[in-house]
Design a protein. Structure first.
Length: 122
């Protein structure tokens, strides 16, 4: 499946060359077991949605399938968030963020809870 990407080139979305981001961790290999998390339990509705979304990302070449015997050093669980009967996949990057060296584009650390109407702006 090929689509036009943000550069208007007709090639798979996963082959688009864009800005690269280096993630520098503050720990050495072998990585902590916390960085190899299993999948979270999901409802049948969420599992079906995940399968559809993952198949679409595989077809676009954005992600690749990893065999059960392939070694993956860092995995992050994905959950499905529902809002107004629409779904979106959200990766749980909290464990990875714990071991990542901050760069100049840090997220704000709030010392007080934000009002609910501001939470969607972050």
């Amino acid at each position: 499946m090929t689509t036009k990407n943000h550069l208007n080139q007709k090639k798979p979305l996963g082959e688009t060359i864009g800005p690269e981001v280096d993630i520098i961790l503050n720990i050495e290999r072998p990585y902590q077991p916390l960085l190899r998390r299993p999948a979270y339990p999901a409802s049948p509705k969420s599992r079906d949605t995940l399968e559809i979304n993952i198949k679409e990302l595989l077809d676009l070449g954005v992600i690749r399938k990893v065999g059960h015997n392939d070694w993956v050093e860092i995995t992050t669980p994905v959950i499905v968030e529902w809002h107004n009967c629409k779904s979106r996949m959200v990766g749980d990057l909290r464990a990875l963020s714990t071991y990542t060296v901050p760069d100049r584009y840090q997220y704000q650390k709030y010392k007080f809870p934000l009002p609910r109407y501001l939470m969607h702006c972050i």
